[in-house]
Structure formats: structure tokens, C-alpha cells
Design a protein around this ligand. Structure first.
Ligand SMILES: Cc1cc2nc3c(=O)[nH]c(=O)nc-3n(C[C@H](O)[C@H](O)[C@H](O)COP(=O)(O)OP(=O)(O)OC[C@H]3O[C@@H](n4cnc5c(N)ncnc54)[C@H](O)[C@@H]3O)c2cc1C
Length: 481
């Protein structure tokens, strides 16, 4: 009790020091509780992680980022870094501390001849897609355009193009970041190679990334086919998906979402609210070449409401935006499978009978392809050997329903866990899973701790799936003794 009120006083004093130091030179906005715009700036995507920072430093440029890091580190202030604010765990905000908010830094510059781009640390996926599509180019990223690019890329990043072009982090050639002492550091294959390795999967542990240099690929449109498979056909369909995907060409991405059919126009009225496997199949190549694959997939499981069309890339990248709006309540648990056994499939299908919220989904994706061909030691990204990724994502509105929704996810996760391979994708973890962070990195853990200890010895950047420095590990051990 006494210790926590001492901490609160230290934090308040530290925030006052940080504010007075910043207000002299800061070019962006400094927002404190009560200021106009504070309430809006405080919110992040997941309403389960609503918190009240004492200061939001909305940086205008890299110099602002340096000033904010230096001032907060000197004053010992708890600091969160925010790009898109989509951390499922709520790491991009905090109570009583500082938020370094990069939302004014959303510039993306494309070099179409070289098929390369540079984008700033506050970019959303949509900011990058808009810039690259002007030249008919794409950067492989995630599937919802309002997601922040920094958090996604630093944790790995997968989406529609992963099987063809690899993870987002596999397509980064350079990072510019502000480290914990306020220095600007560049990391690439030639410069600070260990840091370059760590930043490709190691999350926000090493500094504030202010610029990414990335590779692009030509793509303007894709073939998208969708359908719904009902109740008794779901298990059989998932089994066939499991058996088919390991042999599928890289141009094919076939995702399944197990859920209750939504109340939307494209779903027949008599199906709404019933358990379904919602199928999205993407063909990234010559449409004629893809046809036999799509015909085969939609010959399985008696699908209804089947559609097939060519869609512009920007339409693809925004089509799921409304399904995951800001301000709802979300809770997730995720894991990998080397292969998906029939019992696990049955457990997922059975669980739909008791799902508390109609917006909740069991997302099934198969990676493999280009992502699996990158050698495991090449990046810090956790796991490339288990191609099946399962994400249990609860999505509901009312705080009074928190316990029920969280319990449903935990219960299903506990049933599936014994069949899962070790490991987890750090960007699909909740805030109550810090014990799984070493599991996420496994044989990469010691090397990550070394890099962390070099660039952030005091663990200043700790609001993340945290890799502690050696010093912070030692201090924790001392506190426990
Ligand atoms: C609707 C939705 C869709 C998603 N879809 C996908 C998907 O298709 N593929 C996928 O791989 N993941 C996906 N995710 C997960 C996503 O990768 C993570 O939520 C990721 O953290 C989002 O990044 P952000 O920048 O918005 O996060 P923020 O909440 O802003 O930050 C998350 C973490 O990253 C750190 N961070 C943020 N910016 C920086 C920076 N510039 N420098 C250093 N550290 C920084 C923060 O400190 C924090 O620890 C999705 C998430 C949501 C909510």
C-alpha cells in the first residue's frame, strides 16, 4: 500500500518533470487530462484496455520522439509507444504515465523504379497501401487497413500475401529508430546486424522505430472467392482444408473463420445466427490458372452464398475493416499446430454451440509458402515451422459480459493447448500472457536478451511482449529474494 502510493507520487513528479522539459521545445501536441482532444487521443482500439495516461506526446517528427524518450527516461516515467493503437493486449497506453503517440507521422514515400518504400513509424496499413497502390505496388502486411503498421511489422506481420512474399518483417531492409538514450540508430543487414535481426519479430522492445525501408511487389487486383459452409459440414471441410493446404501453391490463400453467421446482407436470412465456416479464398496470379483450385475448394462441404470476383487490392485490404471496429471489447488467445488433429477440429466446432457473442470468431490460417522458406535463424520471429495458426478472438460490446466472453476463450484454448505446438505469435497475445513470451521466441530468447541489454539496459521500453534486459532480470530477482 505504502509502496504503491510512493510509486504514484514518483510517477506524478516524473510526469511534471517530463512535461516541463518537453513544453519548451515540442513541435507536436502535448495533451493532459482535461485538455481539448485528450479524451479522443486517450482511446485505443480495444476498449478492454481503456486507460488514462497523464501525458500524451503526439510527436510531429523524429526530434520530438527523441525529446520525449530522453525526458521520460530521465524522469523514470512509465512510457507506452503508439502507432495504430491496435495492440490486443493494450500495450500502447498506460495509467498515469506517458504515451508517445506517432499518429502525426504517417508519411509514406515510394520509389516505383526500385520497388521500394520508406514509411514513417505512425503509418496505418491503409496509409501504406494508398501510397504504394498509386504505382500498382504492394507491401505484404495485414488484413485490416486501420491496423498500425509498426506494431504489426515489428512482431512479424502476416496477411493475404504471406505465402507468396513472406512475412511483413521479411520484407524490411532497414529500420531507423530512437533508442532508450535518445540516439538515432540505423539497422540493416550491413549496419547493427544484431539489432536488424531482433527488430524482425522482436516487437517494440528496442526503441521507437521512426522509419521502415521496405520491398514492394507489383499487384493491382486479386481473385477473391467466398462462401459459407453450414453446421454438420464444418468439421469435414476443416479436415479437407488441413489436408489440402500443405500441397497448395503459394499464390493460394484459403482462410476459414468458424463463427455464427452474421446478420449482414450477403448472408441468407435463414442462415443468420447459425454455426458456419466462413471461407475466404484468394488467388494471387493468372485467374485462369487459379480456376481449378477454386473449383476444387468450393466443391467441398456444400457451401452456400458462394461468390467469386476480381477485386482491386485496396478493396481487399479494407473489406474486413468494419468487422473489427474501434471501441468494442476484445480478448484473444492464439497458438500454432504442426498439423491439426480431428479432435481439435471437433472441439472448435462444438464450442460454437456455446459462444456468448455472435461477433466472436475462431480464425484458422495456414502459413507455409515463402514465410516458411526463410531460415529460422535469419530473423527473431518466433516460429516458421508450424504452419497452422489458430486465433481465438472474442468480440463483444458490454462490460457486464467480460467474464463470460473471456472464460469462453480460455476454456476452448485450454482444450486445444495439449495438441498445439510450442510457440505463439506475439501480435496475437493478450496482456495476461507474459509467461508465454519466452515460449514465443524459444531458442532466440538468449540472443534477444543480449540485444535488449545492449540497446535498452534499463528496460525503458517495457510496455510490450517484454524481453527483459539482463539488468532488469537481475533487479527483479533481487526484489523477489
Ligand atoms: C483489427 C486488427 C486486425 C489485425 N490484423 C492482423 C493481421 O492481419 N496480421 C497480423 O500479423 N496482425 C494483425 N493484427 C495484430 C497486430 O499485428 C497487432 O495488434 C499490432 O500490435 C498492431 O500494431 P499497432 O501499431 O496498431 O499497435 P500499437 O497498439 O500502436 O502498438 C503495439 C506494440 O508495438 C509497439 N510499437 C508501436 N509502434 C512502434 C514503433 N514505431 N516503434 C517501436 N514500437 C512500436 C508498442 O510499444 C506496443 O508494444 C491485427 C490486430 C487488430 C486489432
Amino acid at each position: 500500500m505504502v509502496e504503491s502510493s510512493r510509486q504514484q507520487i514518483r510517477m506524478k513528479t516524473g510526469i511534471e518533470e517530463t512535461f516541463s522539459s518537453l513544453k519548451r521545445q515540442f513541435r507536436g501536441d502535448l495533451l493532459r487530462p482535461g485538455n481539448e482532444g485528450y479524451s479522443q487521443a486517450r482511446g485505443i482500439w480495444n476498449a478492454m484496455a481503456a486507460r488514462s495516461p497523464a501525458l500524451i506526446a503526439r510527436c510531429a517528427d523524429v526530434v520530438d520522439v527523441q525529446s520525449a524518450v530522453r525526458a521520460a527516461a530521465a524522469a523514470g516515467v512509465l512510457t507506452a509507444v503508439r502507432c495504430g493503437g491496435h495492440s490486443l493486449a493494450g500495450f500502447s497506453t498506460c495509467d498515469g504515465g506517458l504515451v508517445i503517440d506517432l499518429s502525426l507521422m504517417r508519411h509514406a514515400a515510394v520509389d516505383p523504379q526500385a520497388r521500394k518504400a520508406r514509411f514513417a513509424g505512425g503509418c496505418l496499413l491503409g496509409s501504406i497501401d494508398a501510397a504504394t497502390q498509386q504505382h500498382g505496388l504492394v507491401f505484404p502486411s495485414g488484413v485490416v487497413s486501420h491496423t498500425g503498421a509498426s506494431g504489426l511489422v515489428l512482431g512479424g506481420g502476416f496477411g493475404w500475401l504471406t505465402r507468396l512474399h513472406g512475412l511483413s518483417c521479411d520484407n524490411v531492409e532497414g529500420f531507423t529508430l530512437v533508442t532508450a538514450d535518445g540516439s538515432i540508430v540505423h539497422a540493416s543487414a550491413r549496419e547493427n546486424a544484431d539489432l536488424f535481426w531482433a527488430l524482425r519479430g522482436g516487437g517494440g522492445n528496442f526503441g521507437v522505430v521512426t522509419e521502415f525501408e521496405v520491398k514492394l511487389y507489383p499487384l493491382r487486383s486479386v481473385v477473391l472467392a467466398e462462401g459459407l459452409c453450414l453446421e454438420d459440414d464444418i468439421s469435414g471441410l476443416v479436415q479437407r482444408w488441413r489436408d489440402f493446404m500443405p500441397e497448395a501453391p503459394d499464390q493460394l490463400k484459403w482462410n476459414l473463420n468458424l463463427r455464427l453467421a452474421p446478420n449482414t446482407e450477403n448472408v441468407p436470412v435463414e442462415v443468420r445466427g447459425r454455426a458456419v465456416a466462413s471461407e475466404s479464398v484468394l488467388w494471387l496470379g493468372d485467374p485462369e490458372e487459379g480456376e481449378p483450385y477454386l473449383n476444387h475448394i468450393f466443391s467441398l462441404g456444400n457451401p452456400i452464398a458462394v461468390s467469386r470476383r476480381v477485386v482491386p487490392y485496396l478493396a481487399l485490404q479494407t473489406m474486413a475493416d468494419n468487422e473489427f471496429p474501434h471501441g468494442r471489447r476484445y480478448y484473444t488467445k492464439s497458438g500454432y499446430f504442426k498439423s491439426l488433429d480431428d479432435t481439435s477440429i471437433e472441439q472448435m466446432v462444438q464450442a460454437l454451440a456455446t459462444v456468448p457473442s455472435p461477433a466472436t470468431q475462431i480464425e484458422l490460417a495456414y502459413l507455409g509458402g515463402a514465410a516458411a522458406r526463410v531460415a529460422p535463424e535469419e530473423t527473431a520471429f518466433g516460429d516458421r515451422s508450424s504452419p497452422f495458426v489458430i486465433n481465438l478472438l472474442a468480440n463483444w460490446l458490454e462490460p457486464s459480459e467480460d467474464a463470460e466472453n473471456v472464460a469462453w476463450i480460455r476454456n476452448l484454448f485450454n482444450q486445444l493447448r495439449p495438441s498445439m505446438a510450442p510457440g505463439v505469435y506475439v501480435n496475437f497475445m493478450s496482456g495476461d500472457e507474459d509467461d508465454r513470451v519466452p515460449e514465443a521466441y524459444r531458442e532466440r530468447w538468449e540472443r534477444l536478451v543480449e540485444v535488449k541489454s545492449h540497446y535498452d539496459p534499463n528496460n525503458f521500453f517495457r510496455l510490450n511482449q517484454n524481453i527483459p534486459s539482463k539488468k532488469s532480470l537481475m533487479m527483479e530477482k533481487e526484489r523477489e529474494e
